[in-house]
Design a protein around this ligand. Structure first.
Ligand SMILES: [Zn+2]
Length: 98
């Protein structure tokens, strides 16, 4: 007998506040607040510095472009975001013999 448990989490873009970026060179992770931009983000109009604060190597430029696109999507959908939701499904299958 197999019992499958499905946990679902619904979220809207309005719920999305923090995004975490992992460095492809080391284990450093940077969490960015999409709602309250840092002074750095405001000053340079970018969400993420070019270099990882851990190893000082450059991030893949695609990461910065993707974050900018995400920020623009969040801003553009802010007014209607509550009508658009995402569904996260965590599957956890348990099995037992009877
Ligand atoms: Zn790094």
């Amino acid at each position: 007998m197999i019992i499958a448990m499905h946990k679902q989490l619904l979220l809207t873009l309005a719920d999305v506040r923090f995004v975490t970026v992992g460095c492809q060179h080391c284990t450093t992770k940077v969490t960015i607040d999409l709602k309250e931009k840092s002074e750095y983000a405001e000053k340079f109009n970018i969400l993420l510095a070019n270099q990882c604060p851990g190893c000082r190597k450059n991030y893949d430029s695609a990461v910065g472009h993707a974050l900018t696109a995400l920020q623009q999507a969040c801003d553009a959908l802010a007014a209607v975001g509550k009508y658009i939701s995402f569904q996260v499904v965590e599957e956890n299958a348990l099995s037992s013999k009877q």
